[in-house]
Design a protein. Structure first.
Length: 276
């Protein structure tokens, strides 16, 4: 029971860390104070949980936990979280803090779902199953976010053509403005990119643990990385001011078609992606 509780707490810590990354990404791009506060609060909670586990482990083993690779990874992840909090509070190096936390999240995930952790725990099979569940959940949530960006892109194009042809009627009065649809497109892919990145990290970890052999060139993996890069490129172009208005909306529409291809065709051609 104690092992199961500890496993659940470590999983919760990874999920909280992942959500904090999403908000840090939003804060980094748009300097949203509310996003910054949420990200900092979640990261602080992760640090408290890490510290409690670290202290308990030291008490249990009567030594400092750095003598094995498994222990070293945990201590390294704890140091990264501590460093990112210090830099955020005293120096506000947003770019540095975000990428430190990306690295920290990767190592925290490796520790939580590592083969060593699985083998020494009686709930190892449950950990592997739940890692898969979390991976798939984040992937689906990212697809929902990208679908939402497609909806707002379509609405943007409809509104633009209606205004251009001066066919505006009262039935359309409650619709968002062109500026709002563009803003919601951006927020949607911002969230989608963050969730997809987290999903890919967790999915790679699951594959390493569970599969005797797998290729990083699997169609679903390659397709997901292509989605991540292309959506990131669209967001970067928009931030630079070179992709706006109808062109921005069209880019979202084309990318949604790429997403559908990856969702259906990628799964069929994949060697092990049969569940979504």
């Amino acid at each position: 029971m104690a092992d199961l509780t500890m496993a659940r707490l470590h999983e919760a810590m990874v999920i909280l860390y992942a959500i904090s990354l999403v908000f840090y990404f939003i804060d980094y791009l748009y300097k949203e104070k509310k996003a910054s506060r949420i990200a900092m609060s979640l990261l602080g909670l992760v640090w408290v949980m890490q510290t409690v586990f670290l202290v308990l482990y030291i008490i249990e083993t009567q030594r400092f936990p750095i003598l094995t690779l498994f222990e070293g990874i945990y201590f390294y992840a704890w140091l990264l979280v501590t460093l990112s909090i210090v830099l955020r509070i005293f120096y506000r190096f947003d770019f540095v803090v975000f990428f430190i936390n990306v690295i920290g999240f990767i190592f925290m995930t490796i520790h939580t779902f590592s083969p060593v952790q699985i083998e020494r725990s009686p709930v190892g099979d449950a950990l592997v199953s739940e890692l898969l569940f979390i991976h798939v959940s984040f992937a689906i949530l990212s697809y929902v976010a990208f679908s939402l960006s497609f909806v707002f892109a379509t609405l943007h194009m409809v509104l633009y053509r209606m205004l251009k042809k001066k066919k505006w009627t009262k039935q359309w009065a409650n619709l968002p403005s062109l500026g709002q649809t563009q803003q919601f497109m951006t927020i949607s892919i911002l969230v989608g990119i963050s969730l997809l990145f987290v999903s890919l990290v967790l999915g790679m970890q699951w594959a390493i643990i569970s599969l005797s052999e797998f290729s990083v060139f699997d169609m679903k993996i390659v397709g997901s990385f292509i989605l991540l890069v292309l959506y990131g490129w669209i967001l970067w172009r928009h931030r630079k001011g070179s992709l706006n208005g109808m062109n921005y909306a069209m880019a979202h529409t084309y990318m949604f078609l790429v997403l559908l291809i990856n969702f259906f065709l990628g799964s069929r051609l994949s060697e092990f992606h049969f569940w979504y």
